[in-house]
Write a protein that binds this ligand. Structure first.
Ligand code: NAD
Length: 357
């Protein structure tokens, strides 16, 4: 029997509620698909700050480095916003990404048939959306140096540096190629090479690497046009490859095509070592503790973990089918309620999914 060790970081806000559902679902899947999964729970985010004075304690990071995969719920709360930046829960996320060298963020955006009407765009615009944003995660302007503020002058100044080297661009391009080869073999690389030197290097390097794989069809798009095209005709995209800043913005835009932030999973990966699988949404403090959160984004993240992190494809498929069955029977959490569906709590929809597995 295959044995896996995963670290579960429940974090803050709705995190513990959606993690509880995920734990039960993973246990049922492991039983049905004949593998053993040890779930090690560690403190991370605001709750870790409360106990250890840091959002990403060394003990948590060490466990994450040693396991097969990390499943993370969400972190954050308004009460931590006045802390020094490095003590805030969100800084813990950056520390975790750096500690595991997670340079590739993968965000699939797929419209589930039963939720077509939940999108703010017209049904005919979104019905064929099935795309993946591959975003570089630990380089570019968020990490570039020099950065800072100059305050001892008459007029204040602040500056950041958008920088990439070719090795950073090559490795994220290779991830995009790998993913495209499992799909329609189409990559659209998004940059701003008409204005930025760093984007010219991006474009040249992506071309150099993708041209080595004759199966891949590459197109390039400026980021302003890509934002427009994602709203005008999102069905044209398959794999979108882009840098940290542009990926941050475009992936949120693409995410909203599906209707609810409570439906979107993501994976952050390295070439070797454990990945971190987490929903796109935050800790939703406004609904925390009410048992009304949507656990599906976390379950879909668990499905990505099973598929990519643990190579348990059949279990992942089983989970996705169970989710689709529950939705097509008209069960919804409050964020997806449309008047004709039956609204269930977080734990109730979790139990329905468990019944379908
Ligand atoms: P949010 O994603 O937490 O919430 C935005 C809105 O979506 C809220 O109305 C919330 O109730 C709703 N929502 C989010 N997830 C939901 C779910 N699963 N089911 C039902 N409704 C859901 O974003 P925010 O309010 O801007 O941020 C709240 C906190 O989360 C902040 O401290 C922020 O820094 C943090 N945050 C953390 C992450 C992360 O852990 N990866 C990501 C984004 C924001």
């Amino acid at each position: 029997m295959k044995k896996y060790k995963i670290v579960l970081l429940s974090g803050d806000g709705i995190g513990p509620e959606i993690s509880e559902v995920s734990k039960k679902v993973l246990k049922k899947l492991s039983k049905n698909h004949n593998f053993d999964i040890e779930i090690i729970e560690k403190l991370f985010g605001g709750i870790a700050y409360e106990k250890y004075g840091t959002p990403a304690p060394d003990e948590t990071l060490d466990q994450c480095k040693k396991c097969d995969a990390v499943l993370l719920a969400c972190v954050g709360d308004i009460k931590y916003d006045s802390l020094a930046r490095e003590l805030r829960p969100e800084s813990g996320l950056l520390k975790l990404r750096s500690a595991l060298n997670l340079f590739a963020n993968i965000r699939p955006v797929k419209i589930r048939k039963s939720l077509l009407d939940a999108s703010s765009l017209k049904k005919e615009i979104v019905e064929h959306v099935d795309l993946i944003v591959v975003r570089e995660l630990i380089g570019g302007i968020y990490f570039g140096k020099p950065r800072g503020q100059i305050t001892n002058t008459k007029i204040q100044k602040a500056f950041n540096t958008m920088v990439y080297d070719s090795a950073e661009i090559e490795r994220i391009t290779e991830i995009a190629i790998k993913i495209a080869n499992q799909r329609n073999k189409k990559i659209c690389s998004v940059d701003k090479s008409n204005v930025l030197e760093v984007s010219q290097l991006w474009r040249d390097t992506v071309l150099k690497i993708t041209s080595k794989d004759k199966n891949i069809s590459l197109s390039n798009m400026y980021v302003d046009n890509a934002a427009m095209q994602l709203v005008r005709d999102p069905g044209q995209f398959d794999v979108i490859l882009t840098s940290n800043l542009f990926g941050d913005i475009l992936s949120d835009l693409a995410a909203m095509l599906t209707g609810s932030i409570g439906m979107l999973p993501s994976a952050s990966l390295n070439n070797s070592g454990p990945g971190v699988f987490e929903p796109v949404h935050g800790s939703a403090p406004d609904i925390a503790g009410k048992n009304i959160a949507n656990p599906l984004a976390m379950l879909l993240s668990a499905s990505m973990m099973l598929k990519i992190g643990l190579s348990e494809e059949e279990a992942a498929e089983n989970l996705e089918t169970a989710i689709d069955k529950v939705l097509s029977k008209g069960f919804r959490t409050a964020d997806l309620a449309d008047g004709s569906s039956e609204v269930l709590s977080c734990s109730e929809i979790g139990n329905k999914i468990i019944d379908e597995i």
